[in-house]
Design a protein around this ligand. Structure first.
Ligand SMILES: Nc1ncnc2c1ncn2[C@@H]1O[C@H](COP(=O)(O)OP(=O)(O)OP(=O)(O)O)[C@@H](O)[C@H]1O
Ligand SMILES: [Mg+2]
Length: 206
């Protein structure tokens, strides 16, 4: 049996982690085998790379940043995601390639195509079966991030223009690949978002 890869995308504070938790609970309630992972991370090498790439005290060029994310992703896919899929599990992944296309390709202005190429290499072309993109306006995002009250990491310190570029890129990716990417209203209440997400993956469920 072959599993399914479901990726969750959206800007910081759009509700990805909240949705992952809801999806996992729902799939477990249906007694489906599911594993939740986050990027960058999920395996030791990628967790260490996560610490590096988020550290505000480090100088990290845009190209280096894109490669670090791709390296973390390569390890996660090879060490964990592929074996889990081969074992027939649902893998719910909090960020995947689209995050790099939006943040490094558009936000850091490296070019979406260039970043797509290094990610093709990193993942061997493993694509998500379905991507849920939480679309949320800037004001709602700012409000949520403020309420969380944690210190900003290196990427969160990027300015409004960065997030505008990344958000526009997400919109363009969703428009270009409507079969894979389902746009969800991230400003809706959590239970409404979860219901829409379940609906969007229904054809992947037995
Ligand atoms: N649909 C929702 N309605 C209202 N508040 C929400 C909703 N989803 C998440 N939140 C709240 O917004 C904040 C950000 O949510 P969450 O951490 O899930 O976002 P995220 O996309 O994972 O952020 P990050 O990219 O920084 O990890 C949290 O305080 C969460 O409780
Ligand atoms: Mg999160």
């Amino acid at each position: 049996m072959v599993g399914r890869l479901i990726t969750i995308e959206g800007l910081d504070g759009s509700g990805k982690s909240t949705l992952v938790a809801g999806l996992v609970a729902e799939l477990e309630r249906r007694e489906l085998p599911v594993t939740a992972l986050r990027e960058p991370g999920g395996v030791e090498l990628a967790e260490r790379l996560r610490d590096l790439v988020k550290d505000p005290s480090l100088e990290v060029s845009a190209r280096a940043e894109a490669l670090i994310y791709a390296a973390a992703r390569a390890q996660l896919v090879g060490e964990l995601v592929l074996p889990l899929l081969e074992a027939g599990r649902f893998v719910v992944l909090d960020r995947y390639i689209d995050s790099s296309l939006a943040y490094q390709g558009a936000g850091r202005e490296l070019g979406v195509e260039a970043v797509a190429q290094i990610n093709q290499f990193a993942t061997g072309g493993l694509a998500a079966d379905r991507t849920l993109y939480l679309r949320v306006d800037a004001a709602t995002r700012a409000e949520r991030i403020g309420e969380r009250g944690e210190a900003a990491d290196r990427l969160e310190l990027a300015g409004d223009e960065f997030f505008k570029l990344a958000g526009d890129a997400y919109d363009e990716l969703a428009a270009a690949e409507p079969e894979r990417i389902c746009v969800l209203d991230g400003a809706a209440a959590p239970e409404v978002v979860l219901a829409a997400a379940i609906d969007a993956i229904s054809e992947l469920l037995p």
